[in-house]
Design a protein around this ligand. Structure first.
Ligand code: NAD
Length: 477
């Protein structure tokens, strides 16, 4: 990829900006591109374009709106290899995972398009004669989609597809760490005949373009994926306008490994959780509670699996398991958390240091044993290839520790006992629980968290309806 300057996409036109942000490859710190640091005036223009387009867009039959999503999905598939290479260079994930992300994005657009003939209202019985009560599902209006950097391409579709199929228009702001793939997506959208103003992209910082979007009276729904701290700031910014919120925030997923578990399966799935996307995944296992009887065996096996991880620069070597962390701040945070845990008594079984891999932000795959509930590393999101492990006496203790968290996104349990699996699904207070499988959600499910992990959710029917409001009509006729 040669170093180029991208432009905001507003009302089907690419428009430049005086102020620019530089985007770097996290594997070797090379400059990749410059993108707009959109001004308040530009963000306002994008919102106005989306507003102007919205009624006409909503008036189209849903099946026609679905046709545009399918056109875009085809373009994404036709460009899959190229887009995956861009994501690898910009975000640092390995090529195979980048390709999975691109193809999953196309599938997601097609999946949401399928809802066109399935969007339903209700007809209710009235207490009055000659009256029908119609419950209509209507679009909210203009959606602001604010994206993180960890699955930057997929998140475009997760916001855009449900918004557009239900008749909303959208202004997307990608993360300032990973905006290139979003502008490449916008270029593909520009090749279709999607009407002007329906899909807009403005890039910029959170404090700049982000806060203009979230405090703007012209936005009807803020659909945000990112950290808890930013989610909280967005709630405050949305408060004066009482703007509806959909918040997909951080996680600290517990994995419970019972003595009767298939240990090979647990080791494979939990290792994948810490290695995939370099451990920078909201839904992946971030802390393990293992029953004492199998603890030594489990720790040995998972330390060997983590130590065997092949990592480095994924834009140079195609055949790696893991790339770098996203930036210096991410690397510093992981290094500091490990250091603090060691200071409080955690034992390094493997890894434990910044990796010497040139200029990028690489950290060694790390396993920490001897962790306890009061340690920061068992309570705060790590977002790196580090696995802290605590030994427990039984399932009750594991569930109590799992639930004692600010977060409530995903969780998992490994056991051959149906009774234990059912007890965990009854008593674990999380939005998702994976039983005897890796942490990875399905697009027809509902990805949502309890506690500080968010408000509302994404995917499936329930995620789709978050982009609508209900309008009740009392019809005397
Ligand atoms: P972040 O909160 O730093 O940034 C996310 C986005 O918010 C960026 O586009 C940023 O520019 C913008 N932003 C920052 N401050 C803002 C403000 N004041 N107003 C408006 N916008 C603002 O998050 P990140 O580091 O990009 O992503 C990692 C986080 O995302 C992790 O905590 C991870 O768990 C979470 N995440 C959650 C899910 C989920 O589905 N629950 C999925 C992916 C990532």
């Amino acid at each position: 990829m040669s170093e180029i300057t991208y432009q905001n996409y507003i009302d089907n036109t690419f428009v430049g900006s005086d102020s620019l942000i530089e985007v770097y490859n996290p594997a070797d710190a090379a400059l990749l591109a410059r993108v707009p640091d959109a001004s308040g005036e530009q963000v306002g223009r994008a919102i106005a374009a989306a507003r102007k387009a919205q009624r006409g867009w909503a008036a189209k039959p849903a099946i026609e709106r679905a046709g545009y999503l399918r056109q875009i999905a085809r373009k994404v598939r036709d460009n899959a290899e190229r887009l995956a290479r861009i994501i690898t260079r910009e975000q640092g994930k390995v090529p195979a995972l980048a390709l999975v992300e691109v193809n999953f994005t196309a599938d997601y657009l097609d999946y949401m398009a399928e809802w066109a003939r399935r969007l339903e209202g209700e007809v209710l019985t009235s207490d009055r004669v000659n009256e029908h009560i119609f419950l209509l599902r209507k679009p909210l209006g203009v959606v602001a989609g604010i994206l993180p950097w960890n699955f930057p391409f997929f998140l475009i579709a997760r916001k855009m597809a449900p918004a557009l199929i239900t008749g909303n228009t959208i202004v997307i702001k990608p993360s300032e760490e990973t905006p290139i793939n979003c502008f490449e997506f916008a270029k593909l959208v520009a090749e279709t005949d999607l009407p002007p103003g329906v899909f807009n992209v403005v890039s910029g910082t959170g404090a700049g373009a982000g806060s203009v979007l979230t405090s703007h009276a012209g936005i009807d729904l803020i659909s945000f994926t990112g950290s808890v701290g930013t989610g909280s700031r967005i709630m405050a910014a949305a408060a004066p306008n009482i703007t509806k919120l959909n918040l997909e925030l951080g996680g600290k997923a517990p994995a419970i490994v019972l003595a009767d578990a298939d240990l090979e399966l647990a080791v494979t799935a939990i290792t994948a959780s810490r290695v995939i996307n370099t451990g920078q995944v909201c839904n992946c296992a971030e802390r393990v509670y293992v029953e004492r009887k199998v603890a030594d065996q489990f720790i040995d096996k998972i330390a060997s699996a983590m130590a065997a991880t092949r990592y480095g620069d994924p834009s140079v070597d195609n055949d790696l398991d893991m790339g770098p962390l996203i930036n210096q701040a991410g690397l510093d945070k992981v290094a500091q958390m490990v250091k603090t845990a060691i200071g409080h008594g955690a034992q390094v079984i493997t890894g434990g240091s910044v990796a010497d891999k040139g200029k990028g932000f690489h950290y060694q795959p790390t396993v920490l044993a001897g962790c306890s509930a009061d340690m920061e590393i068992m309570r705060k999101e790590i977002f790196g290839p580090v696995l802290p492990i605590q030994i427990v006496e039984d399932l009750d203790e594991a569930i109590a520790l799992a639930n004692d968290s600010d977060y409530g996104l995903t969780s998992s349990i490994y056991t051959r006992s149906l009774g234990a699996a059912l007890k965990a699904s009854r008593e674990i207070d999380f939005g998702e629980t994976y039983v005897n499988r890796e942490n990875f959600e399905a697009m027809q499910g509902f990805h949502a968290g309890t506690r500080k992990s968010g408000i509302g959710g994404a995917d499936g029917k329930h995620g789709l309806y978050e982009f609508t409001h209900t309008h009740v009509v009392y019809m005397q006729a």
